[in-house]
Design a protein around this ligand. Structure first.
Ligand SMILES: NC(=O)c1ccc[n+]([C@@H]2O[C@H](COP(=O)([O-])OP(=O)(O)OC[C@H]3O[C@@H](n4cnc5c(N)ncnc54)[C@H](OP(=O)(O)O)[C@@H]3O)[C@@H](O)[C@H]2O)c1
Length: 277
């Protein structure tokens, strides 16, 4: 069982025999943000050649290649999820979920993690923020089934008909940009005003770009498998124009898991960023 495996800590202070289970829960992220400055974090899985997704020859678009995924990485992803009072996803994910192209990661499902939330004063499930310029996506039934609050973030110049559509259904629309797009600083400012303190960005390169460019990310978790996977059409961590100093990160921890994925290994890294409050 992957969750019983041990890790080697390489930085800081090298040390072996560190249990994977509980590794990220111990970070106590829910205590790091406050009313003025929420703690905003993201997690990505990448190959050694920087691919986070490759073209999907069957369904079109891109997908995370299965052979870079591991049980331990997914378990750590869920430990991060469990500490959030709010997750940020997007219209593209809601469409993929609705069409059954991707699995559902909108809720914390593991019993121990749900209990951990309850013991730590968090609601059973995080609120869901859906960022979208198109405003064209379905709401997945599981959100209502788990009584999760939904906020939809978009730009002031999104399609007025689509804005009305969601408002007529009673959803809270947050206007967080002057064009059709969401911008990182107003997004996090408005989420903070709603009382969210621990905000987990569960999205791809465009949304990571949106928050990093405007210096809104507090921490980046990155799992990097020691695989070169190639592929001509691929996605990497960021979309958009070149970054300046806002792209400078500081390594905070580095762990090594051997023989996972099988026949290779992976690093679990944690980087700090300077967030603008
Ligand atoms: N390996 C990993 O860790 C990892 C993590 C995440 C994603 N991925 C993969 O990477 C690929 C691309 O990621 P993705 O498509 O999920 O994510 P993305 O590039 O962050 O976002 C795409 C969608 O998000 C909405 N969006 C993004 N930025 C926005 C902004 N500033 N304002 C308003 N809406 C915005 C748009 O929705 P609308 O079209 O509704 O406007 C857009 O279609 C996928 O294959 C995914 O599976 C890999």
């Amino acid at each position: 069982m992957a969750m019983q495996k041990n890790l080697l800590r390489l930085y800081p202070n090298s040390c072996d025999n560190i249990l994977i289970k509980g590794l990220y829960l111990a970070h106590q992220l829910h205590k790091l943000g406050d009313a003025e400055s929420p703690f905003v974090y993201a997690n990505f899985l990448s190959s050694l050649d920087g691919r986070i997704a490759v073209e999907d020859a069957v369904q079109g678009g891109t997908h995370i290649p299965k052979h870079i995924t591991t049980a331990s990485d997914f378990a750590l992803f869920m430990e991060l999820h469990a500490q959030a009072d709010c997750i940020i996803t997007h219209g593209g994910y809601m469409r993929a979920l609705g069409e059954g192209r991707l699995g559902n990661i909108l809720q914390v499902k593991d019993k121990d993690l749900i209990e951990w939330r309850s013991n730590n004063g968090l609601k059973p499930q995080p609120a869901v923020v859906i960022a979208s310029a198109s405003l064209n996506f379905p709401i997945h039934d599981s959100i209502q089934e788990h009584a999760q609050t939904v906020h939809i973030a978009t730009g002031r110049h999104a399609d007025p008909e689509r804005i009305r559509y969601w408002q007529d259904l009673g959803y809270n629309l947050m206007f967080t940009g002057e064009d059709k797009m969401v911008h990182g600083a107003p997004l996090i400012r408005q989420l903070s005003a709603l009382g969210f303190k621990t905000i987990y960005l569960v999205a791809g390169p465009q949304m990571l770009d949106t928050v990093i460019r405007e210096k809104q990310l507090s921490r980046l978790y990155l799992s990097m498998t020691h695989q070169l996977i190639g592929g001509k059409d691929f996605r990497t961590l960021l979309a958009g124009a070149m970054l300046g100093p806002e792209g400078n990160l500081r390594l905070e921890t580095l762990y090594y898991e051997q023989d996972s994925p099988a026949g290779t290994g992976q690093f679990f890294m944690q980087f700090g960023l300077n967030r603008t409050a």
